[in-house]
Design a protein around this ligand. Sequence first.
Ligand SMILES: Cc1ncc(COP(=O)(O)O)c(C=O)c1O
Length: 499
Amino acid sequence: MSRAVDVAAIKRRASAKVAPLARCEMTDLAQAWRAARPPVAGIHFDSAACARQSFAAIDLAAAHARREAEIGGYVAAQHAEPELTAGRSVVGELTGMTADDIVFTTGATHALDLLLSSWPEPRRVIACLPGEYGPNLAVMAANGFGVLPLPVDGLGRAQVDDVTAMIAADAPTLVHLTAVASHRGVVQPVADIAAACREHAVPLVVDAAQALGQIDCVVDADAIYGTSRKWLAGPRGVGVLAVRPELATGLRTRLPPAHWLPDIPPLRLLEFGEANIAARVAFSVAVREHVAAGPQLVRERLAEVGRLTREALAEAPGWRVVEPNDTPSAITTLARMGARFEITDDWITASAPHGLRAAAVQTGTHPGFMTDWQQPLMVLFTQAEGMSVLHETVFENRLVYVPALQKLGCEIEVFAACLGGPACRFQDTNSVHSAVIRGVSKLRGADVTLPDVRAGFSAVLAAAVADQPSLLRGIHHIERGYHRPFEQFASLGLTIRRG
Ligand SMILES: Cc1ncc(COP(=O)(O)O)c(C=O)c1O
């Protein structure tokens, strides 16, 4: 049953809810934070994510660069050492480590690479979240680590009991947990997972790139790493890696120590070499400022802003807030309201109570959207309201089935350009690998020849949507690929007659 949507009422309710959010921005904390740094030059969705440095951080970085010009980089670096040590100890405070456990890196990804490339054991199996940050997966693979998925709930949150059972049954080399993802405000139960890992003597490595400065990171990890440029509002190009001494002493760095360096500990060796000291100085200033503002106060305010944002957006038509309201994170994730799924061990149901909406989908290797799903998705797109885009990045020539669908009335146009996602390896080739699909299309019956099994399946789906009968030739492709397909289609109510 459909219900008329009272948009004006929704707007009124939303603005009543946004009002406290606006007041929240006027708190002393927010005012002090804003006054301490240059104003943003216009509204830009990316400005919150990157390097909103304070005047003090910028000025001290510039002063360091000037000192390098005046007295030379090596001596200037010695002068900067007290500031850098102060920065390390503050990072220690935020991660439950000491200044000696911390090294500077050029970012979070670099920190993970340094750690994994120096990992003490030859066995290399990492248990990590199924939706792990892509560049982290690439670093794991590049360092020869195989990946096992941690058990998670429907929100993608690690299930502590199941993780405990998993590591008790067959311990991986280490558990890697991204405390807050880059694309979701879901906060992982890091301290509980740390306790489980400790009980079973499995090292825990925590990605705190989105967590440092946003949530409590004193979590008893064996190693924790993060980045300067996000919630700590330091400059780009700096990160930190904190490693407990028990793990740090065993590290085997990829590069051996230079012969003139007397017994430098492996952890310090990770930091050795050329570096942008001015940026490290600015980062140290940024973390000191964060601690001076009161990390607990900052966390509480960010959690409150997250809660108010979610409440304000709860009734936005066509969208759904992903996180529970009380998630202690300022990141709010919205999902398009399209299909709804229910998944159990025995069955899956799917429905679209508000109608399907257009989307942009890009295929990819695991854990991306599987390339074999694109043919049925293409037909679904034709029934979604608006313009959808499909970008195939895995195989060349995967769109050969489109002419059959076009004959059945699907409004699909194909392109050699990379559409609907970042450029892929086919970008400079003539390979037709993107499609734009217009919906909702009225599909019609047609006489089509099926070129292969996947194409065949999509043509059957399109023929099922069409309002007149279709003649499909080459059905041996389908019979080869599926178990008694026509009986199963018939059980769904399709009228099928074999010629
Ligand atoms: C969860 C997570 N991990 C790691 C990174 C990488 O950080 P960096 O750019 O410092 O390498 C990011 C950046 O967005 C992130 O969100």
